[in-house]
Design a protein around this ligand. Structure first.
Ligand SMILES: *Cc1c(COP(=O)(O)O)cnc(C)c1O
Length: 439
């Protein structure tokens, strides 16, 4: 293999050429084309980049996972996995709300309907295509700062994509890192930041590790592999329903999933079967008191990352939604997607989220992630406000759920720290240098 590589120009080049033919990454502001994993426009535009695929018609493949949409994912191949979106008709929950055509995309673990996402949220859809795209580019290591769904999804995807994943977490949040008990973890390294439950210290540490070890960051919402992975929710809805939904409901933190749903719908209208269809209206939701996107949209202002969202004694109901720096006002960001789809952003109290989550569980028989409960509550709000009519085709993105089911079926394996570092102590940290050497 090595010999072949050096003599004939290398397999990477072949793969690169194939990918180039499959898609390009384009700036929405100036139209300039970029390299496959580019995160920002070379021209300095304040815009997201977006993938443009050579395939214009919608032709799902045979894979029984999200790679059935490989034509519209920015990677060379699929991976063996059970990860993927599943559409489920919510007949009973719909009836409670007075909706005749309510469907959810269930992105957690619920084997009876075919949903087998091993970390129980749609972060699995971001992690796999991202790591597959990394592998295409010859990148074999990634650093992720997260203590929640993102960390678990990337830790899980590491084995499937054969990419090493360093997860950096505040030590106080280590308990949130688990995987299904049968999951191999030899490609995962957990780095805990001592004593803290401060997420910022973990982000700084991850940045420092990435810089010192010359590891490129994956880019969050700017990463097209993340967005196109999340976009498979809309693609699966189109595949199963044969049309675009009138309304799309989702709880948002960064808003990446919402932008992705919009982009996927837009891509579908490039196929003649969906040409001219109205964009699904984005009904986004956040959990009180943490409402940066809700406020910015309602008041037509910028997102204020410095705002104090904390009220004494009040916890954010769904902590995955507490993002202070969503990609809101840049070109192609959350605001543009809301405006272009005639969307809206709802504020949901902890009480009504809890109630909606319970109602969904009673009606459909599966537990929801708190964020998905927030989305369910926003749907009830929209119905009450008359924003959704009884006969409208509605897609509720159940971004996560089935944790209890997964625990029962598989058991959970708690991840332990491989390395504990002092916060800020990166300069002198011999441990960190050793870390780079082994990477
Ligand atoms: C991350 C997450 C969200 C929010 O998604 P964004 O793309 O960050 O807006 C919603 N629900 C669950 C379960 C999540 O993990």
């Amino acid at each position: 293999m090595e010999l072949l590589k050096s003599r004939f120009g290398g397999t990477e080049t072949c793969r690169g050429a194939r990918l180039l033919a499959k898609f390009t990454v384009v700036c929405l502001e100036c139209g300039r084309t970029h390299a496959a994993l580019a995160l920002r426009c070379d021209n300095g535009c304040n815009s997201l980049l977006r993938t443009q695929y050579a395939a214009k018609s919608f032709r799902p493949g045979a894979a029984a996972n999200l790679f059935r949409f490989l034509d519209w994912l920015p990677c060379s191949d699929g991976l063996e996995t059970t990860v993927g979106p599943v559409i489920h008709r919510c007949e009973r929950f719909g009836r409670r709300l007075g909706l005749a055509r309510l469907f959810c995309c269930f992105n957690g673990y619920w084997p009876e309907i075919g949903a087998r996402n091993p970390t129980c949220t749609f972060k699995d859809f971001e992690a796999l295509p991202t790591l597959r795209a990394f592998a295409d580019a010859g990148r074999r290591r990634i650093v992720v700062a997260s203590a929640g769904n993102t960390a678990r999804a990337f830790a899980h995807a590491a084995a499937a994509a054969a990419v090493d994943v360093d997860v950096v977490v505040p030590e106080g949040m280590l308990h949130r890192l688990w995987l299904p008990a049968s999951q191999p973890v030899d490609r995962v390294r957990v780095i805990a930041v001592k004593g803290s439950s401060d997420y910022n210290a973990a982000i700084q540490m991850a940045d420092e590790i990435a810089r010192r070890c010359a590891i490129a960051t994956e880019g969050g919402a700017r990463n097209v592999a993340r967005r196109d992975g999340l976009g498979t929710v809309m693609l699966e809805a189109a595949r199963m329903l044969g049309r675009l939904p009138r309304h799309y409901f989702q709880a948002v933190g960064s808003g990446t999933g919402a932008i992705a749903a919009f982009e996927a719908a837009l891509r579908l209208t490039g196929d003649r079967r969906f040409a001219g269809a109205a964009m699904p209206r984005l009904h986004l939701s956040q959990s009180s008191p943490f409402l940066p996107i809700h406020r910015a949209w309602r008041d037509r202002t910028a997102v204020d990352p410095a705002a104090s969202w904390d009220r004494p004694g009040e916890e954010v109901y769904a902590s995955v939604l507490a993002n202070r720096n969503p990609p809101y006002a840049l070109r192609g960001g959350v605001r543009d997607a809301l405006a272009a789809s005639g969307g809206d952003v709802y504020a949901v109290s902890a009480g009504s989220a809890h109630e909606a989550g319970q109602a969904f569980a009673d009606a459909e028989g599966i537990d929801l992630d708190p964020a998905a409960a927030v989305a369910a509550a926003s749907l009830a709000q929209a119905v009450a406000a008359g924003a959704v009519a009884a006969g409208d085709l509605v897609l509720l993105n159940v971004t996560g759920g089935g944790f209890e089911r997964l625990r029962r079926d598989y058991g959970l394996r708690q991840l332990a720290a491989d390395l504990v570092l002092e916060p800020g102590d990166v300069e002198g940290a011999a441990a960190l240098t050793a870390l780079c050497a082994t990477g």
